[in-house]
Each structure stands twice: as C-alpha cells, then as structure tokens.
Design a protein around this ligand. Sequence first.
Ligand SMILES: Cc1cc2nc3c(=O)[nH]c(=O)nc-3n(C[C@H](O)[C@H](O)[C@H](O)COP(=O)(O)OP(=O)(O)OC[C@H]3O[C@@H](n4cnc5c(N)ncnc54)[C@H](O)[C@@H]3O)c2cc1C
Length: 417
Amino acid sequence: MSATAKSHYDVLIVGGGMVGSTLACALADTGLDIAVIEKFVPDEIKQNDDYDLRVSAISHSSQNVFKHTGVWPLIEKRRSCAFEKMHVWDADGEGEVEFDAADNGVSELGHIIENRVIQLSLLERMEDHHNISLITGHAVEGIEYGADQSRITLDNGNDISCRLLVGADGANSIVRQAVDIDLEIADYEQKGIVTVVTPEKHHQHTAWQRFLPTGPLAFLPLSNGQCSIVWSADSAEAERLMQLDDENFCRELSHAFESKLGSINSASPRAAFPLIRRHASQYVKDGLALVGDAAHTIHPLAGQGVNLGLMDAASLAEVISAAKLNRRDFTSLQTLRKYERWRRGENQLMMFSMSGFKNLFGNDNPLISKIRNVGLSLVQKNDLVKASLMNRAMGFEGDLPAIARDEYRFEKARQEM
Ligand SMILES: Cc1cc2nc3c(=O)[nH]c(=O)nc-3n(C[C@H](O)[C@H](O)[C@H](O)COP(=O)(O)OP(=O)(O)OC[C@H]3O[C@@H](n4cnc5c(N)ncnc54)[C@H](O)[C@@H]3O)c2cc1C
C-alpha cells in the first residue's frame, strides 16, 4: 500500500484514520496532488473473524458521504449491520422512547460498522485515484509549520513539504500541538468500556440504550447476532467493572441492561477508554486545517464522534473544491475560515447537547428524575418531536455538505459558494 513519497504535495494529510482518509477520497476530483500519511494499517478483515471492539454507529448522512465517494460498496462487501429501531429508556423510572425507521419512511436508522472496516474500505478506494499517495508504516515525527509551505519529517528521516497541512491524527494530534492551537478540555471523569457480547436473544436490529445514574449503557447490533457494547461509567465504577471475571461481568451487564435480551452468555476481552471532551480553539490557520478528533472529541453516548468528523472532512473538501473552481487560493486563511465557521457551530451544538444529556441522565435527584421521565414519555407520545430527534440522530439536520445529502448536488453547491 505504501507509495514512494515525493518531496512535495499540494495537500498533506497526517493520519489515514476514518476522517483523514474520507477527506482524501472527497478531494480526489479536485486534481490536487494529495498525500496521506498513516503510521498503522490494520490487517484485512475476513468474514469469520471475531468482531473488533471499536465500532461506530454511522448515520445516514455519513453513509451518503461514503456512497458519493465510492466507498460504500467496499464497506458492504466487508461487513456491517443496519439497525431499524432505537430503544432508549431510563433506569430510574418508567420513561422510554422507541424510534422506528418505518415511522420516518426510511428502511434503517443507521449502520453499526467496525472502525477497521471503514478505514480499510477508504484506503482501498484511495488506490483508485492516481492523485492520492498513501504513505503507510511511517509516523510523522517533526513538523515545521509555515503559512505558505509546511514541512514534515517522517520517522525514517524523509522530509516532505506541502501547501496545505491537515491534522487528521486523532485526539492527541501532533499537528495541533506543533502549531500551538489551544485545547479546551473537560474530563467527564468516566470511562467507556467496550466489548462484544453474545446475548441469549437476537438484538432485533435495534440499537438499545439504557441511562443508568452512573452513565449510559449501549447495546449495538452486529451482523452475526452479537452486540457491541459501550458501557460508560464513572471512573471508579469502570475500574471495578474492568476487574470482574467474565462470569461476573456478564451477570452485572445483564442486570444493568434489565435482561432485555435475556442473559449474556459471553463477552470478549474488554477495553476501557477515558471519556474527555476536547475542543480546539481554532480549526484553521493559513495553510493549515484540523479535522475530526484532532479538532474535537465528545462523549460517545449518542455515537456521534466520527459522524461529526466525517462532516468536517466533507465540508473542508467542499470549501477547497469551490476555491479551486473559482481560482481562489485554497490554502488561504480567508478560504479555510469558511470551513471553520461552517463546522464549529455544528460541533459545539452536538458537544453541549451530549454534555447536557450526560448531566441530565447522570443525576439521581428525585425531581430531575421525574422531569426526565416525563420528558421521555412526552417525546414517545409526540410524533413531531420524535421525528425531529430522529432526523438529528440520522444526521439530516444542520447545514450539511452536499455529498452528505440524499440528493447529490455537489456541482451546484460548489458553484454557489
Ligand atoms: C468508547 C468509544 C466509543 C465510540 N463510539 C462511537 C460511535 O459509536 N460512533 C461514532 O461516531 N464515534 C464513536 N466514538 C468516537 C470515534 O471513535 C472517533 O471520533 C473517531 O475514531 C475519530 O476518527 P479520526 O479519524 O478523527 O481519529 P482516529 O480514529 O484517532 O485516527 C487518527 C489516525 O491518525 C494516525 N496517526 C496519529 N498520529 C500519527 C502520526 N504522527 N503519523 C502518522 N499517523 C498518525 C493514527 O494511526 C490513526 O489511524 C467512540 C469513541 C470512544 C472512546
């Protein structure tokens, strides 16, 4: 997969994870000379392989981005699981809501897909584009930022320069650190435990979420009938859960889930991730942009993290394409600020909504609990509110980039900018 690196590119993307690779694929039509540097490429997936711990709930709008960049068939040929319903309920009371794709006239609410499947499919798609070079197996170690030209150094000593440097290198982005962009950080003091479990009953193509006072517990359906779980809990409780042997963990998990799918027969080895909200003070400078987790991380309770990053990638690609089409400098701060203005508000809104949900559902004050349960019951009874929430979860609300919309009006949108 590794290309022989040239010494200069128009766009150099550090990080070929889900977001950086999507940006490269979305930029393919621009004719720009693009390099993606990824230090680690996972092994190819085989149909009978055990499911990975890291999965994402991919929204409709993110699916559209994959469709319009030619990546979706490559995901489908590997493996994914559509979910048709979403069932949300509160541990402390009677309140519950069920969202059904059929009520919104769609066949599914989204797909649960392993991160590795998404990344491998994107990397495969890049090989179809002669103007994208994928440089793998090497980490970027040094960065010399310049407004007109930046230079990176790989761990093998090679130097590469570029006009536009993009940090898509995740939450601990070295690009962001090298250009001195500050980070606003709020530690949720929780950890997200992830594992793949085999419940007694089939998941019914439903994404389940129960709000416990210690944090939300999600059961996400997988194509082989198993579920991927994300159990967010206050750090001390998460530590305790991590220390349990498999039998006791499965028993506690089944209890925490009110045995909605019967008993839990087995769980794969667990991993725990600290949950931290981060937001970069700037997404852009002259000749520089940050996308995905390099710019923001949020609580995984609504499974929106990578969806926001994919919208960043699609929006930045649209802004760059429009600048190129209209013969403007695609690397100037003036151009790149359009991307920042576009995405910052959308990301902030989602971040605050997730923090609000976390505080609302993590509160065991009886009055708050009452309000919460009445709220859930009202949502369940009100079709309009339900439809609006469902639209947001499917990624249909907000100012979407053209390739994320159902109707692909990219050309038109580019010309309008
Ligand atoms: C417990 C948990 C559950 C989650 N569940 C969901 C979910 O259901 N839905 C959802 O939308 N989001 C979810 N998220 C969030 C989601 O996983 C992230 O938002 C997403 O992985 C971000 O993608 P990214 O490409 O920006 O960054 P990353 O996935 O971190 O990718 C960065 C890439 O850059 C590479 N890299 C880093 N440094 C260098 C370097 N110096 N040189 C070369 N390469 C480098 C890395 O190898 C990596 O491939 C969850 C997060 C957690 C913690």
